[in-house]
Design a protein around this ligand. Sequence first.
Ligand code: PRX
Length: 642
Amino acid sequence: MAAKKYIVKKGKVYWPNEEMKKIAWVKSDKIYREASKSPVKFWEKLAKEGIDWEKKWDKAYEEKLPYFKWFKGGKLNFCHNALDRWAKETPNKTALIWIPEPLSERPLKITYMQLYDAVNRFSNVLKAQGIKKGDVVAIYLPMIPESLIAMLACTRIGAIHSVVFSAFSADALRARIEDGEAKILITADGYYRRGKPEDLLHKAKKAAKRTTVKRIIVVSRLGQKIRGRKFLDFGEEIKKADLCYPPATVNSEDVMFILYTSGTTGKPKGIVHDTGGYAVQAYWTTKWNFNLHNDDIIWCTADIGWITGHTYAFYGPLLNGATTLIYEGSPDYPDFGRWWKIIEENHVTVFYTAPTAIRMFRKEGDSWLKKYNLDSLRVLATVGEPIDEEAWLWYLKKVGKERCPLIDTWWQTETGGTLINTLPGIGPFVPTVAGKSFPGTKHIVVDEQGKENKKGESGYLVQVSPFAPGMLHGIYKNHKKYVETYWRFKKYYDTSDGAYLRNGLIRVTGRTDDVMKVAGHRLATAELENAINENKKVNECAVVPIPHEIKGQVPIAFVVLKGGKGSEELEQELKRHVDQKIGPTARPERIFFVSDLPKTRSGKIMRRILKDILKKEEPQGLMTLLNPEAVESIKDVVAGNQ
Ligand code: PRX
């Protein structure tokens, strides 16, 4: 039987058809108007329906900018909402499907009851280590079930988790441990990537040395024996632990987790998320964006080291009592058919991935897709960076066979959950256009002075009060940075993205600051520059992103040495240094050794000129430069003449 069709093409855009409307939670755009009449009341209603509260809030929304609170006075436990209620209602339903990378290992299905058991036990393991409400626990784990167990156990206790991407270096992990003053580190001996074991434990040990971390709990994924006074074996401890840990009552505004992200300076910022507001936005955005029903199996390919992994690989699906799938390994292992094989074998219905991956698969050709049956898919989605029309159409036509709504979701680490996208039962699905603000939220485009651009001119994308419930509640221990980064327009939250309006829909064009997206990963040019500048031979450097066919953007570094000439060896040495300071995701694509960098008279490096040179465009505004002669010499280096 042919798979059901959920969309129709009208002109150049797609719309949900009757079949989609039949199964959609929301099918009429009246919802936007109704929600905007009183966004706070709207969210209150959603909070009541979606989340179990131990005590109802006294005040739904309180705003004292630059801070605001949701569901003040409300009490709940996040883990109860994501786990206990389903363990009671649907104990035998699969909560998590885990696909290990090696084909020799079998996928693992964990039911809500089994997960409940493991999370209770692990909460007791943490308790035995002295972890209590409000303590910070660092988690440096790959895509394995223990990540979910560890994160949920923190939320059960009311401890704050700080997850660090497993491909980040020891130095990057250390910086995050130190900033959060984490008491415990949970890690693994390693994981599998492209058929080979990758080390984590050595990096973790190095990072935790002489920090606040008193114990390291290690998952033995590669079968190593864990020894030493500072170490505990995750598997052994969980077996010994007590079966019951009652969920702690926390305030809606209590911090649930910190997640570090790049801003425009070299130092990552600890984005603070609360409990109640985050839970409400995670619950409803998952349910409505992906039109999640009882029989859905959602696969969000993001790593748990990023916000997308937090909210849509784990928390949103579990808050809805759904089945979520995670995969340990690389998309091209053992070949480019792996993802499609996973979708076919597990009957994945909702597929959420990044434009980078789509561009990569598109380049590999359609033959990999043709080998697999993808009829189970119902909703497709993307996130993380602007998606180009070709990639969007390829995804819609080749993966979704023009059957499935394709939603382009715009959001950020700071927003906790999605904020701008089309809803699958409402449409339209337009290539490169994210869509409308989620009901109950509002975004506008403003000019430099904060005046609204109503006629579709490009400008700055900002969020308008009342701010969404899942929004950040500050930068960890850094009020000044919080104010500077997000509140330059005073009454609006500044997203740092550029956008414009087309027919009432928002098209996001990308960052307006010195932050780039490399294969969807957020990196600040300053982080890379700091890393390169640490090398003794380097006098100064500038890093700029250039467009890349697959990764969206890649960093290019221009380095001025203290003396001597650049060489292939030195380029490699600097790249290795970036790997060590941040991780291979940040490695510059090229390093050019130049004699000078273009600067203004006040000494500011003009990165815009470097970008023009790389794009082979004639740089403008050279009159304002202190050293215009540098430009010709850089052009020669880039052209390979020097
Ligand atoms: O520039 C926007 C881009 O990703 C940034 C946020 O990055 P991060 O905090 O790592 O979170 C990524 C996943 C939520 C935004 O400021 N971005 C995210 N989604 C989109 C996007 N750009 C265009 N279209 C999107 N759908």
